[in-house]
Write a protein that binds this ligand. Structure first.
Ligand code: SAH
Length: 218
């Protein structure tokens, strides 16, 4: 493998990206700092550096996409990440979102249903030294019971509705962030778990994700 290089050019491109995200309304400095630190071009090596730092979604393996940086920043900001919290991510994909969360000090459990992506990304994240990220292969629409409850849950694929198992596996006081809608468009939803029976749901902006496929999904 060619050794990966993070040069001044890449750092410069990240600075421009952070500025763009700030202009688009991202305010959480810890999110912007993490985006400024994580070398996105490592996660999508078939693209040029310029392309890797554009604010766009890009195709990765197995017909999936790495989310647009704005979307990553938007979801991460909603999660209100603090060092030491546990986060379950559904849809590992390239591993970029997981790396952003780890960079912010979270302990990350991430689950991917496509074996090819799971294998490639889990190996890559380990090589990158992300020891606070644990990768799992399986259907994340039913959560990850063995490691529940989680302080936060983030779903990076579009769901037809809020999967009930995920609400169960959320710690009291925790937040779930998930895009919910049809195949064409989804609204970002945050659900705050007040108690086992009480939840506060907020509907936010529209996005377009690849579908969440599974038992509690499409
Ligand atoms: N967070 C990723 C973006 C992933 S795109 C990143 O930072 O690159 C969404 C991913 O969700 C795809 O890889 C898709 O295979 C996966 N996915 C879809 N349904 C899933 C499910 N039920 N469980 C786990 N992963 C799922």
């Amino acid at each position: 493998m060619i050794p990966l290089k993070d040069s001044y050019k890449h750092k410069g491109l990240r600075k421009v990206l952070v500025k763009t995200l700030r202009e688009k309304g991202i305010k959480d400095e810890s999110v912007l700092e993490a985006i400024g630190r994580v070398p996105r071009h490592f996660f999508i090596q078939k693209y040029t550096a310029e392309k890797a730092y554009e604010d766009t979604a890009l195709q990765i393996d197995a017909g999936q996409t790495i989310s647009q940086p704005f979307t990553v920043a938007y979801q991460t900001e909603l999660l209100n990440v603090r060092p030491g919290i546990t986060v379950l991510e559904i849809g590992t994909g390239s591993g970029y979102q997981a790396a952003i969360l780890a960079e912010m000090g979270a302990k990350v459990y991430t689950i991917e249903r496509q074996e090819e992506l799971y294998r490639k990304t889990s190996r890559f994240l380990a090589e990158m030294g992300y020891s606070s990220i644990q990768c799992f292969l399986g259907d994340g629409s039913i959560g990850l019971k063995t490691h529940a409850p989680f302080d936060r849950i983030i779903v990076t694929a579009g769901a037809p509705s809020v999967p009930q198992p995920l609400l169960k596996q959320l710690r009291k006081g925790g937040t779930l962030v998930i895009p919910v809608g049809d195949e064409k468009v989804q609204k970002m939803i945050t659900v705050l778990k007040i108690s086992e029976k009480e939840y506060e749901q907020i509907e936010l902006d529209a996005f377009k994700f690849v579908p969440l496929i599974g038992e509690s999904a499409w």
